[in-house]
Design a protein around this ligand. Structure first.
Ligand SMILES: *[C@@H]1O[C@H](CO)[C@@H](O)[C@H](O)[C@H]1NC(C)=O
Ligand SMILES: *[C@@H]1O[C@H](CO)[C@@H](O)[C@H](O)[C@H]1NC(C)=O
Ligand SMILES: *[C@@H]1O[C@H](CO)[C@@H](O)[C@H](O)[C@H]1NC(C)=O
Ligand SMILES: *[C@@H]1O[C@H](CO)[C@@H](O)[C@H](O)[C@H]1NC(C)=O
Ligand SMILES: *[C@@H]1O[C@H](CO)[C@@H](O)[C@H](O)[C@H]1NC(C)=O
Ligand SMILES: *[C@@H]1O[C@H](CO)[C@@H](O)[C@H](O)[C@H]1NC(C)=O
Length: 379
């Protein structure tokens, strides 16, 4: 065989075998998958000839597949072919422990390998044992709420009030706060309510925990008016604004301190919104016996208080001849007096204490107005 023939043969050998050695198409991939879903790692090889493609788990040095065959006993592992150059390793129902490096290997000599990475994401979860639940403090105390969450990537924690109002944290008024701690100092009663800690890590769904903060406070009671007048036969509504936590016991009394019962004469109610309460007493069919002080008594485990309001009656007689003037007799306590002129007496018809029927309204007199009436001595 001549030298030339040898060169030509060697050249042909190079074209067929050397130049067409198996080769990976594209680099190794980074695949992310949410736990419980299926994952695919794709290894593309050209010029495979009779060589074989195998998939291995790097950490455990386990052979998963060789060619079209699954070697591992893990029934979640598969190999799929579609594109003739692609050898796709499939993992069903991915678990957290499946995360790591996978090697695609071709049994050339020396062998060629390519590494693919599988990252398993886990949606956030709140770790109840490491998080605050219901917290009870007294007004003025400091409080530290804590929330801990698991997930991959590690979730961030955001806090807010359930009603989205502001919180005072580290000297700032904020509606949101980031961090596992929510620390507040010398907490006021207005902080009473529900807080949400929300864990997010980019993998839906985000989760939240509702943490109830009870800020206990002794009762305060406030009846905004000191006096209220009502026409004989009419109704009068007394309102007592209360702040107390826990929810207080409330009752009304008249002069003799006896609790007024809920019946056709007196109707009591209490509405509550967090630590704020409004107690009402409606006195029906007002008569002269109903005048005098009424007390709103408030009591909870931290203390008790009361406020009072004085009821007086008004009698109206309309003189048909007059234009804008009305004539009114005011009777307060034992005083019974007729007033000639009272242009300065304001009839506040839109006051919420009034009942809507015409000719049937309640006059509200401030203490100043009462004094400026300058009542003549009773006869
Ligand atoms: C995959 O991620 C690793 C680190 O997370 C990085 O070093 C590597 O370059 C990434 N590979 C690709 C193909 O993006
Ligand atoms: C922050 O809120 C408090 C009441 O919670 C208020 O007294 C204060 O003025 C507020 N400060 C700013 C800067 O808004
Ligand atoms: C919040 O309070 C907790 C418990 O008292 C404490 O461990 C933590 O360091 C505080 N965090 C901040 C930011 O002050
Ligand atoms: C009672 O309420 C009135 C009006 O709502 C308010 O002006 C007054 O300051 C309150 N008094 C107390 C002691 O809270
Ligand atoms: C009083 O009675 C009225 C109806 O007659 C009722 O709506 C109200 O809830 C009662 N109040 C209390 C404190 O029981
Ligand atoms: C109102 O009270 C008077 C007694 O003060 C009584 O005669 C009258 O029947 C009462 N009216 C109603 C509707 O209860």
């Amino acid at each position: 065989m001549s030298v030339y023939k040898f060169i030509i043969l060697a050249f042909l050998f190079y074209i067929i075998y050397a130049k067409d050695e198996p080769k990976f198409l594209g680099p190794g991939t980074n695949v992310t998958v949410v736990v419980g879903r299926d994952a695919s790692l794709i290894c593309k090889v050209e010029n495979l000839h009779n060589y074989k493609v195998a998939w291995l788990r790097v950490d455990t040095q386990t052979i998963l597949t060789i060619g079209p065959h699954v070697i591992t006993k893990n029934h979640r592992v598969g190999i799929t072919r579609g594109d003739p150059q692609a050898w796709t390793l499939t993992l069903r129902d991915v678990r957290l422990s499946d995360g790591g490096n996978y090697m695609c290997q071709v049994n050339t000599d020396p062998m060629i390998t390519q590494t693919h990475q599988l990252q398993v994401f886990v949606p956030p979860d709140i770790v109840d044992s490491g998080s605050s639940s219901e917290v009870i403090i007294h007004e003025g105390d400091d409080v530290a709420l804590h929330c801990s969450a698991s997930g991959t990537p590690l979730p961030t924690i955001t806090w807010r009030r359930e009603d989205s109002t502001e919180m005072r944290i580290e000297g700032q008024n904020v509606t949101k706060w980031r961090g596992v701690w929510l620390n507040m100092t010398s907490v006021g009663r207005e902080v009473n309510g529900a807080f949400l800690c929300i864990a997010t890590n980019g993998v839906p769904p985000s989760v939240s925990k509702r943490i109830l903060l009870h800020v206990l406070c002794a009762p305060t009671a406030n009846i905004s008016q000191k006096m209220i007048g009502g026409y004989i036969g009419d109704s009068i509504l007394l309102q007592c604004r209360i702040e107390a936590n826990p929810t207080p016991n409330v009752y009304w009394s008249h002069i003799d301190e006896n609790k007024l019962l809920n019946n056709s004469k007196y109707q009591t109610s209490i509405t509550s919104n967090s630590y704020k309460h409004t107690a009402t007493l409606k006195i029906n069919n007002v008569s002269r016996n109903d005048i005098g002080p009424y007390y709103c008594h408030v009591e909870n485990s931290l203390g008790s208080t009361l406020d009072d309001i004085t009821v007086y009656t008004l009698v109206t007689t309309t003189l048909k001849s007059t234009t804008n003037l009305m004539e009114t007799a005011v009777s307060a306590s034992t005083v019974s007096t007729t007033i000639e002129s009272y242009a300065e007496l304001e009839m506040k018809e839109n006051n919420p204490n009034h009942f809507s029927e015409e000719d049937n309204f309640v006059a509200v007199l401030s203490q100043h107005q009462m004094q400026s009436l300058d009542l003549p001595p009773s006869s």
